[in-house]
Write a protein that binds this ligand. Structure first.
Ligand code: NAD
Length: 248
């Protein structure tokens, strides 16, 4: 028995990296997948992920939407519900990474980070949640980061956004209460994706007990588990595949 048989999953930022890996893994576990990507520039990559989903025998829907844009998110959720009638799983995964010390960071750089990495999580959840409540079913999984715990010089905006996702998820879980909707996070450690430049790998490796960055396939199982009904008693939690970088 597959773990996500006939589920409908909406994954933001699914044209590359962790989101793409989650999309393909979900399809292999029996889910139909909505692949969100931000602009035309990612369409070819998103199409390649959609092809992989279809090769796994599942349906794929591509939706271009900037998840930090209120109207765009509203339209995306409407389009998904029109095509599939329901959303069983929402993966808030889209994100960016930039670096600057606090004294050098422009207000625009701070705002961009909070908009794309944190506001987006609120917006997508805000528009999907009433629908999940109405069906009394849903799994919401948001991508945080081990840096949300550890902090990072040059990454105050990123870390604040990721810590915000953890606190948002805990608060949301208290609001959800006894309903059959679960909100949890995955906080990956450094992972080989387009987000982490190869020139940073050596310095990162030295800080990790395992001595290496993760591959995407070492992160993805946490998302499969949290989307499955095996995780029904996981509430406001964070699963942290991070090679021992942060131990809680
Ligand atoms: P990635 O750059 O491959 O993926 C990020 C995705 O988000 C891209 O597909 C990008 O197109 C999309 N995106 C960016 N802005 C968007 C927007 N406004 N609207 C919609 N989509 C948008 O990198 P990744 O490592 O796979 O990152 C995925 C998530 O994992 C991010 O939230 C990131 O912060 C988090 N993360 C990554 C690492 C790591 O080491 N790679 C570690 C911890 C957490």
């Amino acid at each position: 028995m597959k773990k996500l048989e006939n589920k409908i999953a909406l994954i933001t930022g699914a044209s590359s990296g962790i989101g793409a890996g989650v999309a393909i893994a979900y399809a292999k576990e029996g889910a139909d997948v909505v692949i969100n990507y931000p602009t035309r520039a990612q369409r070819a990559d998103a199409n390649a992920i959609a092809s992989a989903v279809r090769r796994a025998g599942r349906r794929a829907l591509l939706v271009e939407a900037d998840v930090s844009d209120d109207a765009a998110v509203r339209r995306m959720v409407k389009a998904v519900l029109k095509r599939f009638d329901r959303i069983d799983v929402l993966v808030n995964n889209a994100g960016i990474s930039t670096r600057a010390l606090v004294e050098d960071m422009s207000v625009a750089q701070w705002d961009e980070m909070i908009r794309i990495n944190l506001r987006s999580v609120f917006l997508c959840t805000h528009y999907v949640l009433p629908h999940m409540y109405a069906r009394n079913y849903g799994k919401i999984i948001s991508t945080a980061s081990q840096l949300g715990y550890a902090g990072s010089a040059g990454g105050s905006h990123y870390c604040a956004a990721k810590a915000g996702i953890l606190a948002f998820t805990r608060s949301l879980s208290r609001e959800i209460g006894e309903r059959n909707v679960n909100a949890n996070c995955v906080a990956p450690g450094a992972t080989v994706t387009p987000m982490v430049k190869p020139e940073r790998w050596d310095a990162i490796r030295r800080t990790i007990p395992k001595g290496r960055l993760a591959r995407v396939d070492q992160i993805v199982p946490a998302y499969v588990y949290l989307a499955s009904d095996e995780a029904d008693h996981m509430v406001g939690q964070t699963v942290s595949p991070n090679g021992g970088d942060v131990m809680l």
